[in-house]
Design a protein around this ligand. Structure first.
Ligand SMILES: [Zn+2]
Ligand SMILES: [Zn+2]
Length: 364
């Protein structure tokens, strides 16, 4: 356990995954950052590769994520506080605390922030008044240390291993998605996409009272669906919309969550939902899709967008610690940071059934 006594042992330099241009990266030595007034420095123990990371690395968001090179990505992480900023007192944070991180720090001032919707902060990108999005436009967690706002870290119990705690961020997004969709006890929930987010959303739906969860996807990942008590639909064998209707006596799901956002899945999500039902779009579509508007209107359907999470990290941590949400079952691979390229290939090419790939900047 880290104590105040060994804070001084923090090195001056650290290994970090540094992006130097589109699709160009290397693990190199950089300076360890100093925490600002309301920031902490954490030793990073585990980072989970997110689907957004390859998009950032491949330059899909030019000038936005990142704004410039060199840049350190990574936003799904856990670690230990090693140094407190000068004003970090009275927040219940101590050197040695185990924490999980998330990406968004709102400004805390705008209308969205003051109504709790800090993920929609109106001052996005204004670092001078405290906005941050780690691993997107502010340096992130693929490094031995991360400097971050105390708004973006959450204490985790000893029962939650670091690797699982690195999934607090995506699990909090899954929980936010299910809550956005106004889940009701006994609901039949359809989830499009059997990737990590879809599998986490399934577990969150069960934790919040779903009676049935039908997951539409393909590949080995579908085996996990049944292991968690869900019903798997292989969309390479059967049309997802038809399958969900068949499994619900033609009615459709009460709530559908699109975690895939590929091609026509937003439209299909509407079409597999019942009259008066709810559709949540969690995956970020890269193209515009025509939704059946007449149906949305005449069947009084509700459609919700989801951007990251807000306030659900603290809700999801106890669910993970009590194994209501089993993050461990989604972790298929672990690599040291120095082998990031292998970890990246494993994740992006889905080698050996890769789901969540963990990177350890400080392997024991
Ligand atoms: Zn993520
Ligand atoms: Zn704000």
């Amino acid at each position: 356990m880290m104590t105040a006594a060994n804070v001084a042992k923090i090195d001056k330099t650290m290994d970090a995954l540094v992006l130097t241009g589109v699709n160009e990266f290397e693990v190199r030595s950089v300076e360890v950052p100093e925490p600002g007034r309301l920031e902490v420095l954490c030793r990073v123990e585990a980072v989970a590769i997110c689907g957004t990371d390859p998009e950032i690395i491949q330059g899909h968001f030019p000038g936005r994520w990142p704004r410039a090179y060199p840049f350190i990505p990574g936003h799904e992480w856990s670690g230990v506080i090693v140094k407190l900023g000068e004003a970090v007192e009275g927040f219940g944070l101590r050197v040695g605390d185990r924490v999980a991180g998330t990406s968004h720090a709102g400004c805390g001032i705008c209308r969205m922030c003051t109504t709790g919707r800090y993920n929609l902060c109106e001052n996005y990108g204004r670092e001078e008044i405290g906005h941050r999005q780690y691993g997107h436009y502010v340096n992130g967690a693929y490094a031995q240390y991360i400097r971050c706002s105390i708004k973006t870290i959450f204490k985790i119990p000893d029962a939650l291993p670091f690797a699982e705690a690195a999934l607090v961020d995506p699990a909090s997004i899954a929980l936010h998605s299910v809550k956005r969709g106004q889940i009701q006890p006994g609901d039949t929930v359809a989830i499009v996409g059997a990737g990590p987010l879809g599998l986490l959303a399934m577990q969150c739906a069960f934790a919040l009272g779903a009676a049935r969860v039908i997951v539409v996807g393909h590949g080995e990942r579908l085996q996990k669906v049944e292991a968690f008590g869900g019903e798997a639909v292989d969309n390479t064998q059967e049309d997802g919309v038809k399958a969900v209707r068949r499994l619900t006596d033609g009615r459709g799901a009460d709530l559908t969550i699109d975690c895939a956002a590929r091609g026509q899945t937003p439209r299909e999500s509407v079409e597999m939902t019942r009259k008066g039902g709810r559709v949540v779009l969690t995956g970020v579509p890269l193209e515009s899709v025509v939704l059946p508007l007449q149906r949305l209107v005449l069947e009084e359907m509700d459609v919700y967008g989801v951007r990251a999470n807000r306030g659900t990290c603290e809700e999801v941590i106890p669910l993970m610690a009590s194994q209501r949400i089993q993050a461990s079952s989604l972790i298929t691979h672990t690599f040291p940071l120095r082998e990031f390229r292998v970890a990246y290939d494993t994740f992006t090419k889905r080698i050996d059934g890769a789901l969540k790939v963990i990177v350890e900047p400080n392997p024991q």
